[in-house]
Design a protein. Structure first.
Length: 235
């Protein structure tokens, strides 16, 4: 008599859905769900989301953030901040003819021992000279390094993402050469301090377990002046 082959189980039915929770600096909000057949498989999974999705403010959809799952508790997957960058469409809207885009790359250490790569960028009203470009880059580097040394990781990232750091650069640089805009184009966490504690998991409710001089015009929406904070209010 022929043996009956075992019934195959649908892969999706065998998986459990876990709520994705933002880091403490973002209020530990539920931002979606992700499936996994084993909670261990969630560790290290990277989630991309915009700041607009977190704050329910569609004007901040130009800011992309990378979060990585580093802890699972019950049916919740807790994340940590890994970096942010501006969307390409928004960046193209900032590039204008006969202007300079002055970018600096630097690795800084925050007061509590996080190593972060930062990419601040100034957009000038007209094309700047090489001496002015050098002075602007030096000011940007000084401000970012000084801020990192004085602030803890959460505060530094909030200042970089939400525009306070850009506003400080704008105020200090505009005396050297007129600026149209300042942005922190990108941040990336390179390392964390040794022995860093895991995020606090809430108790369950129930018993369940460079320089670019641009020569071509790019069509774009009008760019707002950078005298005010560049991107968003603090979450």
């Amino acid at each position: 008599m022929a043996k009956r082959s075992p019934r195959k189980v649908d892969g999706w039915k065998s998986k459990q859905w876990y709520s994705i929770v933002t880091p403490e600096m973002m209020g530990q909000q539920d931002i979606g769900e992700t499936p996994a057949s084993d909670p261990k498989l969630l560790m290290g999974r990277v989630i991309e989301i915009t700041l607009g999705d977190v704050t329910n403010d569609m004007s901040k959809q130009n800011i992309k953030m990378s979060l990585m799952i580093d802890q699972v508790g019950g049916d919740s997957a807790y994340t940590k901040f890994m970096g942010h960058e501006l969307t390409r469409d928004y960046l193209r809207s900032l590039v204008k003819r006969q202007t300079s885009m002055i970018t600096s790359y630097m690795d800084v250490m925050t007061k509590d021992g996080y190593k972060v790569r930062v990419k601040p960028t100034c957009f000038t009203i007209k094309r700047a000279k090489s001496s002015q470009i050098k002075a602007i880059r030096q000011i940007m580097t000084t401000i970012v390094r000084r801020k990192a040394q004085k602030l803890d990781f959460n505060t530094f990232i909030q200042d970089a993402v939400l525009g306070k750091l850009s506003a400080q650069i704008y105020r200090d640089v505009k005396g050297v050469y007129p600026l149209r805009r300042v942005e922190i184009l990108k941040t990336h966490v390179l390392s964390e301090p040794a022995g860093m504690p895991k995020p606090v998991i809430p108790e369950p409710i129930n018993d369940e377990p460079v320089v670019v001089n641009t020569d071509s015009e790019v069509s774009a929406e009008p760019v707002v002046n950078a005298d005010s904070e560049v991107n968003a209010e603090a979450t």
